[in-house]
Each structure stands twice: as structure tokens, then as C-alpha cells.
Design a protein around this ligand. Structure first.
Ligand SMILES: O=C(O)CCC(=O)C(=O)O
Ligand SMILES: [Fe+2]
Length: 608
């Protein structure tokens, strides 16, 4: 029989024949020794008894010194038959040996392998400053994660919510941090509303250091509580707001979890909160990434000075080739913390404060170093959770700055501005054909149309509608409209990108061989008392894209586009839909009179 236990218990062990001395037992069996003999040892109980019989020291005295003295005495060494495990056949101390230890995956098993001696030690000891490597190895050894079975540890010790009534759900304080101008803020709050969790068990704490109004107030009554700090109410220090936010949970006796959620997080998975709670870990982050990049909200390892370092498995985890729960040294942007931690292990910590580190790094540093053992942080990539926005190049000089985000945050731009039926329309070839060689398809959402119109009205410098036009080559416009050119609001590059991404695929189907490079793009305004119609004309284009930016019947009466040769009109243009037609020769056309209200269209002349 064999038993495991701290050395201090050696005298109490009665019924075992073999004794392995280890001290604290966390995920792996660890022992506090520098040489293999000191406290990491294994032996038959009678020999061990004999070895420790002379021990008279206190528990706090150095057992290491005691055992070393036994070993260096040749007579005692011989009498006790002590052998050093110099080749790490049983014990692997990590301190000073990090490069010697690798993971060995084989036949559904993971072992630590010492490459220097080609041995497979069975006890790993994270002595000295090797705790993070110990955590890394512990993600795999012993068989927590294997290539064959995936993450076995992920199913252990779960917290079930399924039997709870809504009113019994854990109470979560969500700290929302707006630290820099960020695109798609209103979308963030719309998405938060869709989070699958009883709203009357959620308290929001919004620390808004930038945007004056986040279009949120109308929904605030749905939540159990909403508090917000405005820029003028605090010193502008992230650490202050993060602290007061986590404090809100720490001091709230009802609070069960603190959920940190930065405004740039795009949480696509509506079950995120439930999934994280179910995982039942002290601190757990859903893995989010930046679309198409290796950036993520966790670090797999730390450099010596405490900054990012790439762990061996980082790329595999970020790209989803290894999925599971990973004990990591740093998480940020979105993570869930048990309130009991804030109230106990972390209670004495100014969590987000450090002399030299930014608040996120300070938080992780304090968590890792809290009390003698540290608290583990995990990242979960068992599910797809979402992504993070790029905020670095976000400019705020326009009314609807998000329109300019097509390069920086293309996915979010598409979700916000491209018609929900666009992809299906392309796939199922649902392009309509109202007149000969005139194609009609959905492309913009209502929001895109509204933003574009509002942006142009906000800019306000509509052309006078005269023939003289210094904005165009030649300075003369034969058939002038009242309009604003895209380049007048610095939107031409973005517009070109939009045409390339979303219109060119259709052009290539309908008019093969033509590439979509526009020459001129502008928003036209028709009003009964300003310019109600456009007389028959050819466009200065090979083909033209004409997108309706508002709705006939609701926003205006009349309007539409008529192709004279075919006597065919599109008289009920649909908001967000584009017309694509040849610009000249066969498609001589006119803009029909707007009889009431205001009609807006976005026109692009494409002349490849
Ligand atoms: O009003 C319309 O839909 C036609 C607009 C047009 O032909 C143009 O702007 O060139
Ligand atoms: Fe035209």
C-alpha cells in the first residue's frame, strides 16, 4: 500500500508500506524540494521512519536541510539505502529545468517528458518561479486534455442552472467599460439585451469615459439596476472605474458574479454568461479574437518582465485546433469572476492598480499573486463566443462615424449596414429584373440608408442644381441634380470598398468582364419645391448603381426611375435596394417627379 502526504505527517502514517512525501496537492502533485532528496522522496515506511526518527525540529524548520544532512552522511545514506533520482525517473523539479520538460502525447495519454534523460517523470514540482509553467503543463497532464479525448477536465465540477427558477439565478454585476471612442456602441447594447439571462438578475454598471450618450436609457428599466459613471464624475482613470465596479459586486451581499465586459467586445454567443457560470471556476474568460488575426483576450505565457509571451499552444488555441479550458496567466476584455473571490481571496487587493502596469495587467498580476497560492484564471474556447473591435483608428469627426468602419471592422460594418437578405440573394440568385437589363437587389439595411441620409443632411452643402459644377471634370453638368458627392464628406474610399465588396459580385454575374470602379458617386435629394424630377438623359457611365435611401409612401410620394426605350418604370423603389442598369445608349432614363416629402438616392457611375 502506498500513501501520499506532507512530510510533517510522516510519524502519523501507520498503515502503509510505501510513503511518497509531497506537500500541497493542487492540480498536480507537487513537492517543495530543490534536490530530489529533500522533500520529494519515496520509500518504504520502515526506512522513512528510521530516517525521520531523529527529527526534533518545529514544523517551520528546514526539513530540506535535515534530509540533506542525512544524505551527505555516507553511513546513514548506506544504512537507509537512499538513492537520488538524478535522471528524473520519478520526480521532475521545474526550477532551472524548464527547457528540459516537454509534453508527450501518445495513444490518448499526455505525459511530461524530460528530454535531457528521455524519462517520463510522474511527479511534477513547480518549485520556485515556475508556477506558470506548472499551470501550463497542468492543462494537459495528467490527461486533462488529449488529442483523442479533447478536454476531459471541462466536464468536471459543473454548476447546473437548469433546475433554477429565473428568480433563483445567480446575481451578476456586469461592468461595462467605455474607455475610448468605440464604433457600434448602440449595437453593443442591443446585443446585451439579447443575452440569454434573466434581466432581473443583472445589475449593470456602465463606466463611460467617452461617449456622451450611449442610447441606452430606454432599456434600463429591464434590468435589476443600472448605474453609470460619466466622464465628468470621475478622474478619467480606468482603474478607478474598474475598481468601483468590482467593488459594487464585492460590497453587494447578493452579488454572485462580477462580469467584466469592455465596450469593444462583440459577444455573439447569447449563452455566454450561462456557459461561464456553468463552468464553475474562480475566473473564466470566453475566448474572443480579432477577426482574421492572432490577437485574443488571453495570453498563454508571460515574458520575464510580465508582458505577453507566446505559449507553444497559443496559436492552436486561438485558431480552435485545441479546444478546452486553459489555465492562463492573463485574461482581459471579458471575463467572469466569482464574487466569493472578491470577498475573500482578493478582498485586500486594489485589483486594478499597480505602479507600473496598466489596469488589465495589474488585475491579472494581483490575481496571480493573491494569497500564497494565487488564483487561477481560465480561458474557455469550447464555444465560439465572439470577437473584439478594432478601435485604434476610429475617428469621430462625422455624425455617423460607424459608416467609415468598413476597413477597420468589416464584419461589424457588414452586419450593421448590409441588408439581411443580401447573402441569400446572391446565393439563391434572387436578383430581380424589373426592366430589360435592369437589375434590382437588396443591399443596404434601413440603418445604412438613414445614416447616409443623415450624414449628408448634417454636412448640408447640397449643390445648387446648376449646370456649372466645379466638382466634376470639365466643370459642366448637362443634367444636374441637387446632390452631395461622396468625396465631399471623405467617404469615397469607403464607398469604393463597399462597391467592390457588395456590388461587384453582382455586376460580375450580370455584366461579366466589367469591374466596379466608380467615377462619381453622390447622394441626390428630390423635393417638390426644390428639384422634383430629372429630365430624360444618359449617364456619364457604362453602368449605374442607384440605391433608394428612403421609402416611397412613407417618406415621399411619386418618384422612381423610367427607362424610355422600354417604357418601363421602377415606380415603387424599395428602401435599401439597388438598381443596376446600363448608363447610356439603350437605357435613356428619367427621374420621375417627387410630389410630396423628400426622396433620397445614392447614385454611382461606374465606367470601367
Ligand atoms: O431618380 C432616379 O431614380 C434616377 C436618377 C438618375 O438617373 C441619375 O441621378 O442619374
Ligand atoms: Fe441617370
Amino acid at each position: 500500500m502506498c500513501t501520499l502526504g506532507p512530510v510533517a505527517q510522516h510519524k502519523k502514517v501507520e498503515k502503509c508500506s510505501t510513503f511518497v512525501a509531497v506537500c500541497c496537492c493542487r492540480k498536480l502533485i507537487t513537492c517543495r524540494c530543490r534536490s530530489a532528496l529533500s522533500v520529494c522522496f519515496m520509500g518504504y515506511l520502515p526506512n522513512i521512519r528510521e530516517m525521520v526518527a531523529n527529527w526534533t525540529g518545529a514544523d517551520s524548520d528546514s526539513d530540506q536541510l535535515f534530509f540533506t544532512k542525512v544524505y551527505v552522511d555516507p553511513a546513514r545514506r548506506k544504512a537507509l539505502n537512499i538513492t537520488l533520482d538524478t535522471k528524473c525517473r520519478l520526480f521532475q523539479n521545474l526550477h532551472g529545468a524548464l527547457d528540459e520538460v516537454v509534453l508527450k502525447f501518445e495513444d490518448g495519454q499526455v505525459r511530461a517528458r524530460n528530454v535531457q534523460y528521455d524519462t517520463l517523470p510522474v511527479i511534477l514540482h513547480g518549485n520556485g518561479p515556475t508556477k506558470l509553467q506548472m499551470n501550463y503543463l497542468g492543462n494537459y497532464v495528467p490527461n486533462s486534455w488529449t488529442f483523442e479525448s479533447g478536454c476531459t477536465a471541462c466536464l468536471e465540477n459543473l454548476r447546473s442552472l437548469s433546475s433554477l427558477k429565473e428568480s433563483e439565478y445567480p446575481l451578476v454585476v456586469i461592468g461595462i467599460f467605455i474607455q475610448q471612442p468605440t464604433p457600434f456602441v448602440s449595437v453593443f447594447f442591443e446585443r446585451l439585451l439579447k443575452l440569454q439571462y434573466p434581466k432581473n438578475r443583472l445589475k449593470l454598471f456602465i463606466s463611460n469615459q467617452v461617449t456622451p450618450d450611449v442610447h441606452f436609457s430606454k432599456n434600463s428599466i429591464l434590468y435589476l439596476d443600472v448605474k453609470s459613471i460619466r466622464p465628468d464624475e470621475e478622474m478619467g482613470l480606468t482603474s478607478t472605474s474598474a475598481l468601483s465596479c468590482s467593488d459594487m459586486c464585492r460590497k453587494d451581499k447578493e452579488c454572485d458574479y462580477f462580469f467584466n465586459l469592455d465596450i469593444e467586445v462583440v459577444l455573439k454567443n447569447e449563452n455566454t454568461l450561462k456557459i461561464l457560470i456553468k463552468q464553475n471556476l474562480p475566473i473564466v474568460a470566453p475566448m474572443i479574437t480579432r477577426a482574421g488575426r492572432l490577437w485574443s483576450n488571453f495570453w498563454g505565457a508571460l515574458s520575464e518582465d510580465g508582458y505577453y509571451a507566446r505559449s507553444e499552444d497559443y496559436v492552436d488555441i486561438v485558431q480552435g485546433r485545441r479546444v478546452g479550458l486553459w489555465n492562463v496567466p492573463y485574461v482581459s476584455s471579458v471575463y467572469l469572476v466569482k464574487a466569493s473571490l472578491l470577498q475573500a481571496e482578493l478582498k485586500d487587493y486594489q485589483l486594478f492598480t499597480s505602479e507600473s502596469l496598466d489596469p488589465d495587467m495589474a488585475f491579472c498580476h494581483n490575481v496571480r499573486n493573491s494569497d500564497s497560492r494565487g488564483v487561477f484564471m481560465y480561458v474557455n474556447n469550447l464555444h465560439t463566443f465572439g470577437r473584439i473591435l478594432s478601435t485604434e483608428k476610429y475617428k469621430t469627426e462625422h455624425l455617423h462615424n460607424d459608416l467609415w468602419q468598413i476597413f477597420e471592422n468589416p464584419l461589424d460594418w457588414q452586419e450593421r449596414y448590409i441588408h439581411e437578405n443580401y447573402t441569400r440573394m446572391i446565393k439563391d440568385k434572387l436578383i430581380e429584373n424589373p426592366c430589360p437589363d435592369v437589375y434590382w437587389f437588396p443591399v443596404f439595411t434601413d440603418v445604412a440608408c438613414n445614416h447616409l441620409v443623415e450624414e449628408m443632411e448634417h454636412f448640408g452643402k447640397w449643390s445648387g442644381g446648376g449646370n456649372m459644377d466645379t466638382r466634376i471634370q470639365g466643370g459642366y453638368e448637362n443634367v444636374p441634380t441637387i446632390d452631395i458627392h461622396m468625396n465631399q464628406v471623405n467617404f469615397d474610399k469607403e464607398w469604393q470598398k463597399f462597391l467592390l465588396e457588395f456590388v461587384a459580385p453582382i455586376t460580375e454575374k450580370m455584366f461579366p468582364g466589367y469591374y466596379t470602379k466608380f467615377d462619381l458617386a453622390f447622394v441626390v435629394r428630390y423635393k417638390p419645391d426644390e428639384q422634383p424630377f430629372l429630365r430624360p438623359h444618359h449617364d456619364a457611365s457604362t453602368f449605374t448603381i442607384n440605391i433608394a435611401l428612403n421609402q416611397v409612401g412613407t417618406d415621399y410620394q411619386g418618384g422612381g426611375c423610367r427607362f424610355l426605350r422600354y417604357d418601363c418604370s421602377v415606380q415603387a423603389p424599395r428602401k435599401g435596394w439597388a438598381l443596376m442598369h446600363p448608363g447610356r445608349l439603350t437605357h435613356y432614363h428619367e427621374g420621375l417627379p417627387t410630389t410630396a416629402g423628400v426622396r433620397y438616392i445614392a447614385v454611382s457611375f461606374v465606367d470601367p
